[in-house]
Design a protein around this ligand. Structure first.
Ligand code: ADP
Ligand code: MG
Length: 343
């Protein structure tokens, strides 16, 4: 478990003083993947550096596995850091060492015997699905494979917590998917707490249990991913599952319908049409499952003669939230849902 309490980091003095993390509270439970998202410069990497105390926080506390890290002396801190495995955007592998030798490094530093090292490295490479690549050098591996070797190395000292800063950024979709699968397995099999820092919303949707949005060093919104997606007023929810422009314009009025409840029936469109005695046309939809819950939204066209209140009531009765979005009622502009790529 990771607990950050009122974590604050400032750089510089006097007039040059800038606050990069501003009284930030965040908890990542055991067996939880918590994503922190935010644009470039939001303070994400500073957050990662403060969790491992590579950067000492200016104030506030960092508790990992029940130990308050900022109170520890150098030696205890070194011990405590072993509970935290770290993975970064560039895999950080040594290019002149094989996959197995890279994974072995932390064990060597710790003075583990050669026989135990061999056993543990084989176990770790198997864990990340790279047993057959043990003797490959980094340049002989794909980006996704290199990142998985980096994860194997991060796991070498059996950490309780994994810290990933842009670990999938720059990977192609297939490689990203392989890292996402691996991290979810590690959460489930080892009960790890994973703090996953990224600017990629799509990966958050596939991976995380909870998400927090960091902006100018403050957490401006956070929650379980499924709750964010169901909340029509959540800008983080909208950013996680963006609305695409629908293909055709249709006669009548256009409505944006989102899954707000837990038990939306799969045939809701037909049911509402029957109740109101009209045909509803589906113009676009993005619907999927997150942790076994159906979430998403659809754009539907409704005949102009339909009573809008009756429509909203019929949809609400099925757990759906509706908002009119045609020219007469243009959607609210989403400024805050757009994230820039990292520099
Ligand atoms: N060592 C430092 N000294 C001064 N400012 C820094 C230092 N490290 C980071 N910053 C500033 O902190 C802000 C957040 O940076 P960073 O944590 O790297 O953001 P992100 O990872 O979200 O892109 C930036 O404005 C950056 O210039
Ligand atoms: Mg960064």
């Amino acid at each position: 478990m990771i607990q950050l309490r009122q974590l604050t980091k400032t750089y510089g003095e006097g007039p040059h003083r800038t606050t990069v993390l501003d009284h930030l509270d965040l908890t990542v439970d055991d067996r939880e993947i918590a994503a922190v998202v935010g644009p470039s410069g939001a303070g994400k990497s500073t957050l990662a550096a403060c969790v491992t105390l590579l950067e000492p926080p200016t104030s506030g506390s960092v508790v990992v596995g029940g130990r308050e890290l900022s109170s520890l002396g150098e030696r205890d801190l070194r011990d405590a850091r072993r509970q935290i495995g770290t993975v970064f955007q560039s895999d950080g592998l040594l290019s002149r060492r094989t996959a197995a030798q890279n994974v072995e490094l932390p064990l060597r530093y710790l003075g583990v015997t050669p026989a135990d090292r061999r056993r543990r490295v084989a176990e770790l490479l198997d864990r990340v699905g790279l047993s057959t690549r043990a003797d490959h050098y980094p340049h002989q591996l794909s980006g996704g494979q290199r990142q998985r070797v980096g994860i194997a190395r991060a796991l070498a000292l059996r950490p309780r917590v994994l810290l990933a800063d842009e670990a999938t950024s720059g990977l192609d979709p297939e490689a990203t998917a392989s890292v996402v699968r691996l991290l979810r397995d590690l959460r489930d099999d080892l009960g790890l707490s994973i703090l996953f820092i990224t600017h990629e919303m799509e990966t958050v949707l596939d991976l995380a249990d909870s998400a927090a949005r960091l902006d100018h060093g403050r957490i401006v919104e956070q929650g379980r991913v499924v709750d964010l997606l169901r909340d029509p007023s959540s800008s983080l929810g909208r950013a996680l599952l963006p609305r695409r422009a629908h293909a055709a314009s249709a006669p009548g009025t256009t409505w944006s319908v989102s899954y707000a409840g837990a038990d939306v029936p799969p045939d809701w469109l037909a049911r509402v049409g029957t109740v109101l005695g009209v045909d509803l046309a589906l113009l676009g939809a993005s619907i999927g499952a997150v942790d076994g819950h159906t979430v998403g939204h659809a754009t539907v066209a409704v005949p102009a003669s339909t009573d809008p209140d009756a429509l909203v009531r019929a949809l609400a009765g099925l757990g759906l939230h509706a908002r009119r979005t045609d020219a007469a009622h243009p959607p609210v502009r989403r400024v805050d849902a757009v994230l820039e790529p990292v520099a």
